[in-house]
Design a protein. Sequence first.
Length: 156
Amino acid sequence: MRRLISMNPLSKIWIYTSKSKINKDNAKIIKLFSDTFINQWESHGNKVNGSIEIVDDYFIVVTADEQGSAMCGKAKDAIMRLIKELEFETGLIFTDRMAVALKIDDKIFISNFYDVKEKLKKNAYPENTKIYNPLITTVKDYNESFMQEISDSWLT
């Protein structure tokens, strides 16, 4: 399995935010299932060149290098099946799209989208607050804008 850092910048990326911190035991489970998945992951009968990593103890980051041809729907659906399986095995929630990750003074907080929007309207966050951008679609985007100043983020 390739590491995220060595993936083609145009590789497709999916980010799944955990609503709680991924502890060491759950990280072992995620790694075991992810390694098996990556070794068997195929699209159009060809092995997918991809990676799965835990980032900052709150995110599962899946990448796939689509050089040459786009991934088939079955290969993309397999990612969601893996994530659902990881939810079942770990008890963590990765599929709540309303979960927003913030970083304040080097500590990560997971909040509800609507709560974050409301606090933004009231300027209730410290100036140094950062927000993770789950909407990015490529490794290049990840490297450039996964973490943003909240004042210049996808939410404002």
